[in-house]
Design a protein around this ligand. Sequence first.
Ligand code: RP5
Length: 298
Amino acid sequence: MEKKGENSDWSLMGVRPTVDPATSWLQRPIEVYVEPYRARFEWPPDYPRRFNVPDEKTAWDSDYPEYEPPYYVAPTVLDNDCRKKVGGWADPEEISQVEGLTGETFEGPLLLDPKGFPLNPRGRSGIAGRGLLGKWGPNYAADPIITRVNQRFGDVEMLAIERKDNGRWAIPGGMVDKGEAVSQTLSRELAEETGVKLDFSEAQLVYQGFVDDPRTTDHAWIESTVKHLHLVEEEAGKLEIEAGSDALSVIWLPLTERSLKKLYASHGYFVVSALGMLYKRQPDRLPAKFIQVLANFF
Ligand code: RP5
């Protein structure tokens, strides 16, 4: 079995292993494991610069007495403190006032430091506090991947939004609301951002866990449930798409090696994994020319 994380840095290193798709990746299980890269080396424009963390110092149990990351919490997070504002989506800034900060996450038991701050499961990120994320610890999200084959051009396409916050093409995902089931979040986010209404009860589960998002800090990160629906062309053709409030635009994005690598956060890796899983289950559903694209990633 392939070691976890072995192939997860493809989008960063530009390494393209020469693999025969028929004899190699198809015989291995597809295990999605997300390494932090954007979570260590990128940050939104209003964040302070990340404190430098050498690779060998990322683990919380590695000694790093010089580690003094800048503390940052965005004004919008403070303004949406649920204790102070009706409908506020953020935890209180005072960690002792946060309820339910223990237990399991998709990444295992939530680790707390001696002061009670939750610790990022991928280790030091170079920024303390919550940044732009509302919750201390895991911020739960849902990512609905919708794909189709465009028979006219022989392309595989995904329903993609252009994010308002950074202009990157992305899966139309979003945060799970309080008390909401993830299957509802998948449908709600898809509808809000693209105008498309679909049921996810039969969708393929691709991944549940840490997302390599540039907003990540030492004490707040995103964990997502990623599900995939591959539509037949007739069904996809009936959908009327319209960009919602968080999107500048929505399109059926042709998937190439280049467009996949440019997707937001871990989304390219999620889409490649989803289509790899589909190909292993139902090889006839993807055009032959796309299989080489997949093979180049695995
Ligand atoms: C990504 O951020 C997740 O994969 C999800 O797509 C998204 C959720 O954040 P918002 O779109 O709500 O900003 O890391």
